[in-house]
Design a protein. Structure first.
Length: 121
């Protein structure tokens, strides 16, 4: 199964979602990646068993500059934080390729990002 698009942009989508899974996962937990074809679409799911995202944050998660916990430090020492642009950029790249991205999450259980892209052939 293949998708048509910019290799660098699609790699950035996957890397951002994987990095988030690692960053917000529990120590020693895994990040699971699943890929399959469903009809005319390529599906990718990236799931972690991390801290999860509060339900009230989910509608804003892909907004520019939105950060779930505004009190988080952005210091390199703690390895957490950022500018609140990663998921916004990720959504823009997915949509530029004719796809969609959604998220499901439960606090204390984990988060799964669902990416759907048009499949080739």
């Amino acid at each position: 199964m293949s998708v048509s698009g910019d290799d660098v942009a699609l790699r950035r989508v996957l890397m951002n979602l994987l990095e988030n899974g690692v960053k917000y996962g529990r120590e020693g937990s895994e990040v699971k990646v699943s890929v399959w074809k469903e009809g005319a679409s390529a599906r990718v799911e990236i799931a972690d068993s991390g801290v999860g995202i509060p339900a009230e944050s989910l509608p804003h998660l892909f907004d520019r500059f939105y950060r779930v916990d505004r009190g988080r430090s952005r210091s390199p020492a703690d390895g957490v934080g950022g500018h609140g642009l990663g998921l916004s950029i990720t959504r823009s790249l997915v949509e530029a390729h004719g796809g969609t991205i959604t998220v499901t999450s439960r606090e204390g259980v984990g988060t799964t990002f669902h990416v759907t892209l048009p499949a080739m052939g």
